[in-house]
Design a protein around this ligand. Structure first.
Ligand code: NIG
Ligand code: FE
Length: 403
């Protein structure tokens, strides 16, 4: 990590960003974005031929993408389950038979914290190479206080070794672990009275999340857990209405959660509840795609109702083994019917808002972190259009080119 800070990015082609002053997306052409103290400071229509500037070579510049929903702390991949799905088994059938999340839990408990940190570091580096400069990272494959803390510490260690800015989420209520299958209330008490206080005391997670879904955690259980997390200073996130509408979006709005995520099965009442709140709808079309489903989240209905929409990968070994935000943008354009500009807004401003960091991250504007990507593209419409190969040309984090 020997990269040096530059004075700006010059000779830019097209640049596209959320403009926080005008509250709209802005598309500019040419010139230079100046950088001071790791932040964008000003725009100049001139270009500079000075080696202390990064030469944009006339390429497209966007803010660094923000992946606001990832599960990178897993020990082993699950390609056998992928193969089983190709033979007709569903994700839920595999989970009920003891595969799925519980399969990952058994494997994570067997490896050391440093082995896990190395795996997470590799994954974060790959995210960065695909244009993600900020990521939210969940635990959730430990499901004991000890193994959840191991996961969150591994995320922290890995994050320090990469250029990515990360924020951590405790997902101790991702499933009911094998040893508590017949006493779920005992496990929920453990999450509330042991796991959350321990994680808060060590300051290991900014957010707490629960998999609120039929067959996993009910809305009542989710509320109990998240109220405890809020009492310990964590902000709230939700896995809500992924397969069945179980009131998750409504509860997220009621509790003032930062985001409700998935929402493939959100009801009209859920959409109205989000519209009447500040909770962001985080859509994960990579998961719908990877599960071979054709039930896409109702993105247009959410946007028409005035809900802020974010896009994220949901990178995880079971339901979406891809960490490419540009691919997610492609899916969003095709299946969620977002325009390329809406997709870029959702992958930057929307995602930043879903993490509570929209005043510092996700925009090429004075005072924002100088996190940006130069793409081998002429304009932002090419970004989701030319899919399946990596168009990243250069990445800047905090004013430093890092590739
Ligand atoms: O976001 N929905 C819950 N958790 C993950 C799946 C995790 C897994 O299968 O390992 C998700 O889709
Ligand atoms: Fe998830």
């Amino acid at each position: 990590m020997s990269n040096k800070t530059v004075k700006g990015i010059t000779n830019i082609g097209q640049w596209v960003t959320w403009n926080p002053v005008q509250s709209t997306m802005e598309v500019g052409e040419g010139g230079t974005w100046l950088i001071e103290n790791g932040q964008f400071s000003d725009y100049s229509p001139k270009s500079f031929s000075d080696p202390e500037f990064l030469d944009g070579q006339g390429q497209l510049l966007t803010p660094g993408l923000i992946d606001s929903h990832t599960h990178p702390a897993f020990a082993a991949t699950r390609e056998l389950e992928f193969e089983m799905r190709s033979q007709g088994k569903t994700y839920q059938e595999i989970a009920e038979a003891g595969g799925g999340i519980r399969n990952s839990v058994r494997k994570l408990r067997e490896i050391s914290e440093s082995e896990l940190a190395n795996l997470v570091e590799t994954r974060l580096s790959l995210m960065l190479r695909h244009g993600t400069t900020t990521a939210e990272c969940k635990s959730g494959y430990g499901l004991s206080t000890e193994a959840e803390i191991k996961s969150l510490r591994a995320i922290r260690t890995a994050s320090k070794k990469t250029h990515l800015q990360t924020f951590s989420t405790l997902l101790g209520a991702h499933e009911i672990p094998d040893e508590y299958r017949n006493e779920r209330d005992t496990y929920i008490d453990l999450v509330i009275n042991d796991m959350i206080p321990a994680v808060a005391e060590q300051n290991l997670a900014q957010y707490c999340d629960v998999f609120c879904e039929e067959g996993v955690y009910t809305a009542e259980e989710t509320e109990k857990i998240l109220l405890a997390a809020r009492d310990h200073g964590m902000q709230l996130k939700f896995h809500a209405d992924e397969f069945v509408s179980s009131g998750g979006a409504e509860l997220a709005a009621k509790l003032g959660a930062l985001s409700a995520d998935h929402l493939m099965a959100i009801s009209d009442a859920g959409i109205s509840a989000l519209a009447g709140s500040d909770t962001v709808a985080t859509l994960l079309p990579g998961t719908t795609f990877f599960l071979g489903s054709n039930t896409w989240a109702p993105a247009r209905k959410l946007l028409d109702a005035g809900v802020t929409v974010a896009l994220a990968t949901d990178f995880n070994p079971g339901s979406n083994m891809s960490l490419s935000m540009p691919f997610v943008m492609t899916l969003a354009v095709i299946y969620l019917h977002l325009t390329p500009l809406e997709a870029l807004q959702a992958a930057t401003l929307g995602a930043a808002k879903s993490m509570g960091i929209e005043k510092t991250t996700g925009s090429i504007s004075p005072g924002y972190r100088a996190d940006a990507v130069l793409w081998q593209s002429k304009n932002y419409k090419q970004l989701p259009y030319f899919y399946g190969s990596n168009q990243v040309y250069q990445i800047m984090v905090g004013g430093k080119p890092v590739l």
